[in-house]
Design a protein around this ligand. Sequence first.
Ligand code: NOJ
Length: 449
Amino acid sequence: MNCGFPKDFLWGVATASAQVEGAAFEDGKKATIWDAFCRLPGAIRDGNVMDVTCDQYHLYEKDIALMKELGVKSYRFSFSWARILPDGTGKVNEKGLDYYRRLIRCLKENGIVPNATMYHWDLPYALQLKGGWGNRDSVKWFTEYADVLLENFGRDIDLWVTFNEPIATWVGYGLGSFAPGLRDEKYARQALHNLLVSHGEAVKLFRAKKLANARLGIVVDVWKHYPARPGNNEDEAMALAANEIAGFGWFLHPLFLGGYSEELTEYMKKNGFTPEILEGDFATISQPVDFYGLNFYNGLYDNADEARRIRELEASGGNYQERPEQHPEAIYDVLHMLVEKYRIKVPIYVTENGYIQLDEDNGTKEDFLEDPERIAYLTEVIRSIRRAIADGIDVRGYYVWSLLDNFEWNAGYTMRYGLYHTDFGTLERTPKKSAGWYRNVIENNGLDV
Ligand code: NOJ
């Protein structure tokens, strides 16, 4: 049946090392910034650590069997830097490499295309002690790590991603709510600049290796903000700042258009946050990639009055926990923006899209297994992608976040994104309604029309 998706469309599921692997200190792996951050009192909503999570390190065959059950064509996962280079640089941990060899072999035996991310937020702690991403040496550290990955797995991975969602490093270095928990905007702007240069250097390295069939890209999440009241100056300014100064424009502009945007350049200058930029940095950052990975979760409407109300509520000790309005259809506009504003000409993969179930809305396991809201949300996203493809936008794949409930960063286990429910006590995986629904989508190559 042709449901509007290209014949070889890659339907997949996504996870990340720190969120699913567990085995945090096993077989030579050392601590990451997240292993350390989890241990700070109050850092993680439910006080949990990432030592076991879903234990995919031991249960990967089981998880690949679940993927087989879903019929997915591709699995997006990430390498743990500290499992491969426990000190960040220097001695390579053979046991770490061996784990990924087994994982990749098992995926291939099951006909599942590996899509692998080099960095999904879990910097080796040893490198944080040297300043982490804020240290310009991070470019060398990352290139050394990328070299180890490409030497060992270069030809086995079809789709390589250098970085997943650079913005997380802003949350970690600027806002303090992610690892390593720093609140220093000047340092954070430098860290993100170094990270972007590291990306560019990894692209150059990748090209030099001439790996037949392997392609490489980067994943930038787009939470596009719109003014809730178009024409209202305050709302317009809020949305612009959210997009350009602390959002996707910060990365997409230097990656695809060259240099930081005018708005961001002005802002950094005015506030003394301009990072040290070496000659040639922008050319390095904008090295052509083979594809772009879009993580899409929602479109947001900014209302300045509402924002004031929330700030006042929080200042008086209240807790703002409302689920924002859901705008799955915004992905259609986002895809157009990528092509029209950022002139992205390479194929696009939707590398993540998912729907949260919150602990406070759901009680028992049985409640979590019923997830019609997730099905409705993902359906609307897929429908919108199909419209964009019909307009001629080259979208080649779609990955649900996530295969299974896992460790949701500073929210710990209080937010569940999985198609499979994970019991974090017994590690049992149980399909939710959405798993059966997704199996159908894949089987039909899209939604029934
Ligand atoms: C973005 C991240 O890449 C992933 O790690 C996270 O769990 C999901 N989105 C959901 O927040």
